[in-house]
Design a protein around this ligand. Structure first.
Ligand SMILES: *Cc1c(COP(=O)(O)O)cnc(C)c1O
Length: 736
């Protein structure tokens, strides 16, 4: 045996001894390692491991394993581990994480290792203003953030080289509760940095990174955190540092708070600061993905790098940087496109503009549809479109809408030639599918289904699943949801100091056998959460039908400045005072990923009734599919391309009227009619065994036709093929 082999042998032996070491410190250390990478959050066995350490505390700490471990000492943990015989589970989870993170595993055994080679040493830099990864990391507000979280988890699973850049909000988005009148109250809580799975990011020299950004009115500083999300490093910029003014220290405290000036400063930190952070980390990206216009300043800083590093002219640098830049637009709603006036732009981009050797008018022109039009403000979406070679919308219908919306940017082109394609959104299956459903698939699809989430053929195996077993699994999930909702409702009553009778009523609210319809999302007014109320008396009849009752679960936050959205919440929440709806139409406060997960896993039907065509994609309905729920939706966003007549329900036929009031009135009637004519009869039509065979066939068809197509894995594969690889200089392939 050579000395080297002997040494290796020794190392291996030492490792083996370490593995079985059960000292409290060793166990505690392994649990801390697991808690330090958000990989645990999409592995139900690992979640269960933390929960089993102390189920009560687990709930109290909002499912945060770092906080949980801080509340126990190593001896207590060891005691519990031996009581519950958890040692093997801990070691297994720890070993799986280590293997998952190893380089050889990624390059040899992942899709990205084989298909994203050109990105190997030059990863994608993915920018987003919010990331929704888990409820214990509150740096998201809604669909955009959850999509970003699902995108990076998908990239991690596929082994696609990618780093993500965002902002760290120490107060995040608000916690919601309703006052006695049903009016939304917002509360901002400080997140304890030490309880999050992140550390200061360090540069090649091992020192923590701080970036500085010059403005006309002073220099902004931001430190950089590293959060680990499986194989993906998420870098979060944070302005709470010494050297910033007290006001600037709070710049990144809250998500989507503050005025226009706060907003442009946040976006400056995200875009320009983000690119500086990447440089300080020693990373050279092969492609830049601007997820939404918030980060559209980023290419300007990359252009500066190229001009100063490689001596390029502004025009040449712009051309090269645009070639590497991918831009995704997310909404046709005008308020969703940030605009800034000339003074704000000059104050914040002035120093950078001088380094780019361009005039103020030239800079403003990049953010205007008509560059010379001084009446036009600076639009981040326009900037994103002009500074990227590849741009996309987030569903097929949204692609059409976006091409029409931005056609005037390319006046010489016909609409079909407007260079905006589409890549439809998808959801990260392991994060949204309930554990019992996974176990059912383990039994029925074979153990390797998890490695083939984007493979439509694999999902066809669902046709072989026993209908009774699928229905039973769904029913168990529905019971779990109703338990969760009752617990939340009684807590809401107690917080409002209501009497014991009310708390008791909340504990027995809802009927486990009734058709249960869920609606949860941001309460933006175009999503029309209140649409069903236009048919209030008819809906009351459905809710009170003694044979075939229907019940509704609502949840969602309105933006603090959106009085319209808040009034929707109030109307719906106050239905609890109407005897026709009490205990049958309920509002669950403080919508977040946790509430969302429970709802999508347990409802029979997911209701989606936006004003077409304003829902660019929508993703919550995709999460429902995985758990056997059926969609009942306006033909907007993803549903316009997903619905095939057998995999769910369509409200209306996709027509819209120029007058919103008429559209709303029509859609309300169509919603009611769809429920009465299709959804309710199908759900209550039972065979001799009490099974709704037709309904179950629809659940099966929904999973078979939609799970793969609307998965984050399919989405990330599309981005790699159509955007990232060509942007990084690999072979091009056309976007739809
Ligand atoms: C999935 C999700 C959303 C997105 O909902 P839409 O259907 O796109 O409106 C919003 N918020 C949370 C917490 C989610 O999990």
């Amino acid at each position: 045996m050579s000395q080297l082999e002997e040494e290796n042998g020794t190392v291996a032996a030492v490792e083996r001894v370490n593995w079985t070491e059960t000292s409290p410190q060793a166990l505690y250390g392994r649990l801390q390692t697991l808690a330090g990478n958000l990989w645990w959050s999409w592995h139900p066995e690992v979640v269960a491991l933390f929960r089993d350490l102390d189920p009560v505390k687990w709930r109290q700490v909002d499912h945060n394993p770092i906080a949980l471990l801080k509340g126990m000492n190593p001896e207590e943990v060891a005691e519990r581990v031996s009581q519950m015989v958890m040692i093997t589970r801990i070691n297994q989870a720890h070993r799986r994480l280590k293997e998952y993170l190893s380089d050889t595993e990624r390059t040899k055994n992942t899709w990205g290792g084989h298909n994203a080679g050109v990105l190997g040493s030059k990863p994608v830099a993915y920018f987003s203003a919010e990331f929704g990864i888990h409820e214990s990391v509150p740096i998201y507000s809604g669909g955009l953030g959850v999509l970003s979280g699902d995108h990076i988890k998908g990239a991690s699973g596929l082994g696609v080289p990618l780093v993500a850049i965002g902002l760290f909000y120490d107060q995040g988005y608000f916690k919601q509760h309703l006052d006695v009148d049903g009016y939304q109250q917002e509360e901002y809580l400080d997140t304890k940095v030490e309880n999050l799975p992140m550390d200061p990011a360090t540069g090649p020299d091992g020192n923590p990174i701080t970036v500085s950004i010059d403005t006309r009115t002073g220099t902004l500083l931001a430190k950089v955190w590293l959060m680990r999300v499986g194989r993906v490093n998420l870098y979060l910029l944070d302005c709470d540092v010494d050297g910033n003014s007290p006001e600037d220290r709070e710049l990144t405290s809250r998500l989507y708070g503050g005025d226009r000036r706060t907003r442009i400063r946040q976006e400056l930190v995200l875009g320009v600061g983000g690119v500086k952070a990447i440089a300080a980390l020693g990373i050279t990206p092969g492609a830049y993905h601007l997820n939404e216009g918030h980060s559209a300043f980023a290419p300007l800083e990359v252009i500066r790098e190229r001009m100063h590093g490689d001596g390029l002219s502004f025009d040449d640098a712009l051309r090269e940087v645009a070639q590497r830049t991918v831009f995704t637009t997310h909404t046709p709603v005008p308020a969703g496109h940030d605009r800034f006036d000339a003074e704000l732009v000059e104050e914040h981009l002035g120093p950078l503009r001088e380094q780019l050797s361009i005039s103020h008018d030239q800079l403003m022109g990049l953010g205007r549809v008509e560059p010379q039009n001084e009446q036009e403000s600076f639009c981040m979406t326009v900037t994103g479109l002009k500074l990227s070679r590849r741009a996309n919308a987030v569903s097929s219908l949204h692609g059409h809408v976006s091409r029409r919306m931005w056609a005037h940017l390319w006046p010489w082109r016909v609409e079909e030639e407007i260079p905006i394609g589409h890549i439809t959104n998808g959801v990260h299956i392991p994060s949204w599918i309930a554990h019992p459903m996974q176990q059912l698939f383990d039994r029925q699809l074979g153990g390797s289904w998890r490695g083939h989430l984007e493979d439509a053929d694999m999902w066809r195996g669902i046709y072989e699943v026993d209908p009774g077993e699928l229905w039973e699994t769904h029913h168990a999930l529905k019971s779990r949801l109703l338990e969760f909702v009752r617990r939340r409702l009684s807590r809401q009553c107690r917080r409002r100091n209501e009497d014991e009778a009310a708390v008791e009523a909340a504990r027995s609210a809802l009927d486990p056998s009734a058709l249960t319809i869920g609606f949860a999302r941001r309460f933006a007014t175009y999503k029309r959460a209140d649409l069903f109320l236009q048919q209030m008396d008819q809906i009351a009849q459905l809710v009170n039908d003694p044979e075939r009752p229907v019940q509704f679960l609502f949840s969602g936050k309105a933006h603090p400045a959106d009085e319209g959205g808040k009034s929707f919440i109030k109307r719906i929440a106050n239905l609890r005072h109407d005897p026709r709806f009490a205990g049958r139409v309920v509002f669950v406060e403080d919508y977040d990923i946790d509430v969302g997960r429970h709802l999508v896993q347990g409802v029979d039907v997911w209701l989606n009734n936006p004003r077409r065509p304003l829902e660019a994609s929508g993703t919550s309905g995709m999460k429902v599919v995985l758990n056997g729920g059926l969609n009942c939706s306006i033909l907007d966003g993803w549903w316009a391309e997903a619905f095939n007549g057998r995999n769910g329900f369509a409200i209306g036929d996709g027509t819209q009227h120029v007058d919103d009031a008429i559209t709303d009135e029509r859609d309300a009637i169509r919603l009611h009619d769809t429920l009465v004519e299709q959804v309710i009869p199908c759900f209550y039509d039972r065979d001799a065994d009490g099974l709704p065979q037709q309904w179950i066939a629809m659940m099966t068809e929904s999973i078979a036709t939609l799970a793969a197509r609307f998965s984050a894995h399919r989405m990330v594969v599309d981005y790699v093929r159509h955007c990232y690889v060509p942007a990084a200089g690999g072979l091009s392939s056309e976007m739809p």
